[in-house]
Design a protein around this ligand. Structure first.
Ligand SMILES: [Zn+2]
Ligand SMILES: [Zn+2]
Length: 266
């Protein structure tokens, strides 16, 4: 009996224009535009839907000078996922763009790595350089969910449901986890910020926000080990994802794409 298969959707909710040099330690030889897109992901199948990451809201977009293109609620709604009814949310890591919208999933249980909560609440946050992409309100909101009995902690590799596993990668943050989801084309690995762009894991280059470069580079190996091919790895912030994968439904081009089907060329 095989594992259950899921449909996977990438839902784009925000955008940030920037230069390529800002995306790599050591800069970039090409003085090119290389924007980031911001996504949440959803898996639809038995026991689902499951949501990976929660994005940020309009107030945070203003504070961080990012542009929301469509709210997370609307993006999920476009594929008939009612945020009010979602029961399981996986948090890849606790940066502001992955764990905001604190009240969007009132019924959900949140899945996070031990190491990420320890990192976001411990001594590393004494350093401005390490806390730069964290928001105290996000961290406090997740701590409150711990006290409300709504958080499940994971340590390393763990199964969320048959066909869905989390894998601690670290590197970018101490407890960053990527997620592997079984689909009809085999397991697909959602890297989240274990690899912001295709260029990172394909060229072994490193995004400037990191707590451990060695773990980032080992993380690329882990992603490749978990995936049957490079085409089964989905980076966390790459606008190319929207070009390579088909719209989830007619009219959702550039907004919601389907990741459980074979991608087009690069
Ligand atoms: Zn991050
Ligand atoms: Zn991010």
């Amino acid at each position: 009996m095989g594992e259950p298969v899921y449909e996977i959707y990438a839902v784009r909710y925000a955008h940030h224009d920037r230069k390529s040099a800002e995306n790599f330690i050591g800069g970039d030889a090409h003085d090119a535009s290389q924007p980031l897109d911001f996504f949440v992901w959803a898996f639809v199948g038995p026991g689902g839907p499951f949501v990976l990451d929660t994005g940020f809201d309009e107030a945070m977009a203003r504070k961080r000078k990012r542009t929301i293109v469509k709210t997370v609620r609307d993006g999920l709604g476009a594929i008939d996922i009612d945020a009010d009814k979602v029961e399981n949310v996986i948090i890849s890591h606790m940066h502001y763009d992955h764990c905001g919208n604190h009240d969007l999933f009132p019924r959900a249980r949140y899945h996070v790595q031990d190491g990420e909560m320890a990192y976001a609440t411990g001594r590393c946050m004494c350093h401005g350089q390490l806390r730069v992409a964290f928001e105290a309100d996000d961290v406090v909101a997740l701590v409150r969910k711990v006290f409300d009995g709504r958080v499940t902690f994971h340590d390393g590799v763990d199964e969320i449901a048959p066909g869905i596993t989390v894998h601690k990668i670290g590197g970018h943050t101490k407890g960053l986890q990527s997620v592997r989801v079984n689909t009809r084309r085999g397991p697909v690995v959602l890297a989240s910020d274990a690899s912001h762009l295709y260029d990172h894991f394909e060229q072994n280059r490193v995004f400037p926000i990191t707590c451990d470069i060695a773990d980032v580079l080992e993380g690329y190996r882990t992603l490749k080990r978990l995936a049957p091919s490079l085409d089964h790895i989905v980076p966390g912030h790459d606008p190319k994802v929207l070009q390579r994968y088909p719209a989830a439904r007619p009219g959702l081009e550039g907004w919601v794409v389907r990741l459980d089907v074979e991608p087009g060329g690069r």
